[in-house]
Write a protein that binds this ligand. Structure first.
Ligand code: NAI
Length: 330
């Protein structure tokens, strides 16, 4: 039995976690859930949104499945998600984007992977109010983290038989910071002559992605561009309701959906649990429970093929109905 930290999150988090846990349990996966809470509700009881017990649990179990957690916009506490990535040194955020059978989109040949640096850049949270009318935010890029993520992208390409790694920056403007990120990727690329290396500016990359996404294979980006571009790539395959991700570190891995807590549909049984479910499937593969992972994937695709889908991807099923259909198909 594998002990896995489960963070049910807030907003749509509890609904989709309930769905995913039910499906994973039905698959026969051998998991002992170590349930931990974090976020706004926890502050009232424990004074902080990310208590040490959550970090300790993930450090001990080495693997977690995490639902989204709300971050107050423009004020309030620092993102729990960012803190978690930083505390556990989850330096690589992997966001694969591949068309899903039966989910119709503008393109039918998308198969790319966003590899996002996960620990620095503007996410370092170094901000200062200079005066009433001026604020500064510091973009931190280091050689160590940039080299580490570039290496990860190339190793990922090798492992999964990918042909190209494309580094995405704005090094024409941020010459020192993005320039350093780009230099590190160039340097690392020399160690992988079997993988094609490409460079692109982030603005052009966005345009190319919405016109001709199939030209891209593995993209490696600093934190902020990685965040934005991966929401864009989620849109290419059906939206945030289907986009999975993994945060990988030297010692631990935290699997979560790309999307946030979707307060606009909270508590309405409308949310698509697929993004968290597919992240859970990756988690099962990560801990070696591949038979159960494949069983879930098969049941999920069978359900989609039968026309049962949530509203965000063109269906009319509620989250609970979609969940039950997957369970029945297993
Ligand atoms: P969001 O990703 O929560 O929602 C954007 C849009 O996508 C909304 O219209 C929402 O209804 C829809 N959507 C998202 N997930 C869906 C699903 N599973 N099924 C159907 N529709 C779905 O982004 P938003 O509104 O910008 O952020 C809300 C909160 O989430 C913020 O506090 C933000 O900081 C937080 N957040 C947390 C993340 C995490 O926990 N890793 C990641 C991104 C945002």
């Amino acid at each position: 039995m594998t002990r896995v930290t489960l963070i049910k999150g807030d907003g749509i988090g509890p609904e989709i976690s309930e769905s995913v846990v039910k499906i994973i349990e039905k698959s026969g996966a051998d998991i002992d859930w170590d349930i931990q809470t974090a976020g706004l509700d926890v502050i009232e009881k424990e004074g902080v949104p990310l208590p040490q017990r959550v970090i300790d649990s993930i450090k001990a179990n080495k693997v977690a499945l995490k639902a989204p957690i709300t971050t107050p916009i423009g004020k309030g506490f620092r993102s729990v998600n960012v803190q978690l990535r930083k505390e556990l040194n989850l330096f690589a955020n992997i966001r694969p984007c591949k068309n899903i059978p039966t989910v119709k989109t503008r393109f039918d040949n998308v198969d790319l992977v966003v590899v996002r640096e996960n620990t620095e850049d503007l996410y370092a949270g170094v901000e200062e109010k200079i005066d009433e009318n001026t604020a500064h935010s510091i973009k931190i890029i280091t050689r160590e983290a940039s080299t580490r993520i570039a290496k990860y992208a190339f190793e990922y390409a090798l492992k999964y038989g990918r042909k190209e790694v494309c580094v995405v920056t704005k090094a024409n403007i941020c010459k020192l910071s993005d320039g350093l990120f780009l230099d590190c990727a160039r340097e690392v690329s020399k160690q992988y002559p079997q993988i094609k290396f490409r460079e692109i500016l982030v603005d052009n990359c966005c345009m190319q992605l919405v016109q001709n996404p199939s030209q891209f294979d593995v993209l490696v980006l600093p934190n902020l561009y990685g965040d934005i571009v991966s929401d864009l790539t989620a849109g290419l395959i059906g939206g945030l309701g289907v986009a999975k991700s993994a945060n990988i570190g030297e010692d631990c891995a935290v699997f979560e959906a790309v999307h946030g807590s979707a307060p606009d549909i909270k508590g309405q049984d409308k949310a698509n649990p697929m993004a968290l479910l597919l992240s859970g499937v990756e988690m099962l593969k990560h801990i070696g429970q591949t038979v159960q992972a494949e069983k879930i994937e098969k049941a999920l695709y069978k359900t989609l093929e039968s026309g049962i889908k949530t509203a965000d991807i063109g269906g009319s099923a509620k989250c609970s109905e979609f969940t039950q259909a997957i369970i029945d198909n297993m």
